[in-house]
Design a protein around this ligand. Structure first.
Ligand SMILES: Nc1ncnc2c1ncn2[C@@H]1O[C@H](COP(=O)(O)OP(=O)(O)OP(=O)(O)O)[C@@H](O)[C@H]1O
Length: 252
């Protein structure tokens, strides 16, 4: 399977829908994520952004619609299968193990690159995973912290490590759920630069509330409102859209 299989986009979401009781949390949502572009999903609280991410990453099964990764229908596939197929997700809530070292965290995350029959061999022989962990330490400027426990890292370093963990398996698409949430201004700027840098290697799709960041970071913006796609397009065009002004910014 080549990276450019059939020339299909990295991710296609077609008519995706889910209901919680009577609530149409995601309602007939369709859009395309093109390769090596940063696509951002925005929308007011409760618009359905997290639910959409849960559907795309396999945490929830849709009632209707399809999720295609490079043209392959993976609708309803469990998260581990989507991960093997090249979809990685980094969570809003820090989900690192505080007592593991930074290096061990990255080596474990890179274990997916080892051939399946070698996955359970003694870890010192996991040469691919060890090499990948070393490269990630350099890339994410964490080499000086390799032996430190995750708990000893600053908030910004932990977020960098989370992104490194998500990239460890060399995914085709990386989903980031509010990557700058709770960060100081300095850490936000640093993370934005990191995401821009990442986009050269991997397609990025994110949920982000910081509208300044959305405007400066995104190639494509999808605006959700009440479970539906209200508008999509380049950031400036979306921001100027009167329907978006009303629904999202609270004025026309
Ligand atoms: N498991 C669930 N059961 C019932 N209702 C849910 C569930 N998950 C989400 N919802 C509801 O679905 C709607 C969409 O929620 P969702 O979390 O996807 O919105 P969001 O755009 O991510 O919001 P926020 O910006 O506040 O995170 C909301 O009304 C929410 O209360």
């Amino acid at each position: 399977m080549t990276a450019h299989r059939n020339g299909a986009p990295v991710l296609e979401v077609k008519n995706l829908s889910i209901r919680f009781g009577g609530l149409r949390a995601v309602d007939d949502v369709s859009f395309t994520v093109e390769r090596q572009r940063i696509t951002t999903v925005i929308g007011p609280n409760g618009a359905g952004k997290s639910t959409l991410f849960n559907l795309v990453s396999g945490a929830l099964r849709p009632r209707d619609g399809q999720v295609l990764l490079e043209g392959v229908d993976l609708t309803g596939a469990p998260p581990h299968r989507l991960q093997r197929a090249g979809l990685a997700r980094s969570f809003q809530i820090t989900n690192l193990f505080p007592d593991l070292s930074v290096f061990e965290t990255l080596r474990l995350a890179s274990q997916i690159l080892e051939p399946p029959l070698r996955a359970w061999q003694p870890v010192r022989r996991s040469t691919i995973a060890i090499a990948r962990a070393g490269a990630l330490l350099e890339r994410f400027d964490l080499a000086a912290k390799a032996g430190h426990k995750v708990a000893a890292l600053s908030h910004g370093e932990q977020r960098r490590l989370e992104i490194a963990v998500a990239l460890a398996g060399e995914p085709k698409i990386l989903l980031l759920d509010e990557p700058t949430q709770g960060m100081s201004h300095g850490d936000t700027e640093e993370t934005a630069a990191l995401i821009r840098d990442l986009a050269a290697d991997v397609t990025v799709m994110l949920i982000e509330h910081d509208i300044g960041l959305v405007m400066s970071l995104s190639d494509h913006v999808v605006v959700m409102h009440q479970g539906r796609v209200l508008a999509e397009g380049p950031p400036a065009a979306v921001r100027a859209d009167p329907a978006v002004q009303t629904a999202y910014f609270g004025h026309a």
